[in-house]
Design a protein around this ligand. Structure first.
Ligand SMILES: [Zn+2]
Length: 72
């Protein structure tokens, strides 16, 4: 299973079967993969993305995106 979680608030968004990963990754530019794709200690893949709530916040307050402390 590949788990998705929000890179900003760490909310778990969901998970997808391993078989679907190939399709997902093929939609992503190669140079971007390593920046949000991590391997958990148990060997599972973990994809950091953004949840609806944070996406909305970023659209409402774009300046927040540049504030590093907000990301942690
Ligand atoms: Zn979030």
């Amino acid at each position: 299973m590949i788990r998705y979680s929000c890179n900003h608030c760490h909310t778990e968004i969901g998970s997808i079967p391993f078989e679907s990963v190939k399709d997902t990754l093929s939609q992503i530019d190669g140079e971007d993969k390593s920046s949000f794709l991590t391997v958990d200690t148990d060997g599972g893949l973990h994809i950091r993305c953004i949840c609806e709530h944070c996406e909305q916040s970023l659209q409402t307050y774009p300046d927040y995106y540049t504030l590093k402390k907000w990301l942690q």
